[in-house]
Design a protein around this ligand. Structure first.
Ligand code: NAD
Ligand code: MN
Length: 356
């Protein structure tokens, strides 16, 4: 069997309730897919910060770099007020491991009235998030002016669009192997605002088109859309979209907006991906309001396990996990309260494990 070592970073709050579910799902699919998982628990988060003074210990980063093939990250709490020395560990991890893409699949059940099966591929290293801002006084004395750099590079745009193309092909392969979907052929939609930002978004658009014109992507339909009209269409006709590729800021906004369409944060997975490493991460936070009650929805995490596995080259195992989750949701008998049920985390996990 193929050996894979997975770092488990539960973090704070319900992160600690859902990450163990992720581990059990990996163990459950291992034999059928000839995989052998080993796990290492790694600290990070606000409680780690309070205990040790650092939110992301060096040992966590080193262990991921030296020993692990992938990781699962739960959620971390952030202090409501700024605390000296605290900064988000997941943001730091993305930088340190060069996880340049944020992948967010958003999917409803098939019987849904307005079905959705899309994935947002968000560039994660540049755009306005280079945080190069400055404030100065207006020369005419009318007050302050603040400005920020929006940086788009050909290199980052090319690699994110290439990743979007690869994901589109992979989704198509899963469909051809029998995974149910509302789509029949692969499409990548390029998001931009190049009618206004002709140089920055213009470069993103042109480079994405070039990347998606590579011969291996010849079966993909390349589409493009101006970001504001995309928001409209995403809310009116979400079933239109298969793979969406976007620069950092638009991708951030579209990702949360799309997540709102499926009803609960507890359903939406994500992954932070670079070349050769992937961290699966549920989209939700540490949910202090429900922590310790045993009712956190484990599905976002279980789906994140699938996304991580896809990037570790185990798409078939990922497909099995997605089907088990869909089965649980379609049947609708064992659901957590956030999606209208009365089951606990444990019962949902057991039901999904049975379907694997
Ligand atoms: P949240 O995602 O933790 O919770 C929002 C709402 O959704 C809550 O009512 C919560 O109960 C519910 N919810 C979230 N996940 C759920 C699940 N799996 N099952 C059932 N219900 C679920 O967002 P918040 O309340 O704004 O933030 C709480 C803390 O989490 C804050 O400290 C925030 O900074 C942090 N946070 C962390 C991340 C992350 O680690 N990636 C993301 C968002 C927020
Ligand atoms: Mn966001």
């Amino acid at each position: 069997p193929r050996s894979l070592r997975i770092g488990l970073i539960p973090g704070d709050g319900i992160g600690r309730e859902v990450i163990p579910a992720g581990r059990r799902v990996l163990e459950a699919v291992s034999t059928s897919f000839n995989l052998k998982f080993s796990f290492v628990d790694l600290p990070a988060g606000y409680e780690t910060f309070q205990q040790t003074g650092v939110a992301l210990p060096d040992r966590t980063v080193e262990t991921l770099q030296k020993e692990c093939d992938g990781a699962l990250f739960g959620a971390v709490s952030s202090p409501t007020k700024k605390v000296a020395g605290y900064s988000s560990p997941i943001v730091a991890l993305r930088k340190k491991l060069d996880l340049y893409a944020n992948i967010r699949p958003v999917k409803t059940t098939f019987s849904s009235k307005n079905p959705i099966d899309l994935v947002i591929v968000r560039e994660n290293t540049e755009d306005l998030y280079v945080k190069e801002e400055r404030t100065f006084s207006a020369p005419d004395g009318s007050g302050k002016i603040a400005e920020a750099i929006k940086r788009i590079s050909e290199r980052a745009s090319h690699r994110i669009a290439t990743m979007a193309g690869t994901i589109a092909l992979q989704r198509q392969q899963l469909r051809e192997s029998g995974i149910q979907s509302i789509h029949t052929k692969p499409t990548v939609t390029i998001t931009h605002k190049s009618n206004v930002l002709s140089q920055t978004d213009g470069l993103f658009r042109e480079t994405s088109r070039t990347a998606l014109s590579q011969p291996q992507f010849s079966s993909i339909t390349i589409d493009e859309q101006i970001v504001d009209s995309m928001v409209y269409k995403l809310f009116r006709q979400p079933s239109t979209y298969d793979v969406i590729v976007a620069p950092n800021l638009y991708g951030d906004i579209l990702s949360d907006g799309a997540a709102a369409l499926v009803g609960s944060l507890g359903l939406v997975p994500s992954a932070n991906v670079g070349d050769g490493f992937a961290i699966g991460e549920p989209c939700h936070g540490s949910a202090p309001d429900i922590m310790g009650k045993g009712i956190a929805n484990p599905i976002a995490t279980i789906r994140s396990v699938g996304v991580m596995l896809e990037f570790l080259g185990e798409a078939k195992a990922a497909g099995r996990i997605y089907e088990a989750v869909d089965g649980n949701l379609e049947e609708g008998r064992l659901l957590t309260p956030d999606v209208g049920g009365s089951a606990g985390t444990e019962e949902v996990v057991e039901d999904i494990l049975k379907r694997l």
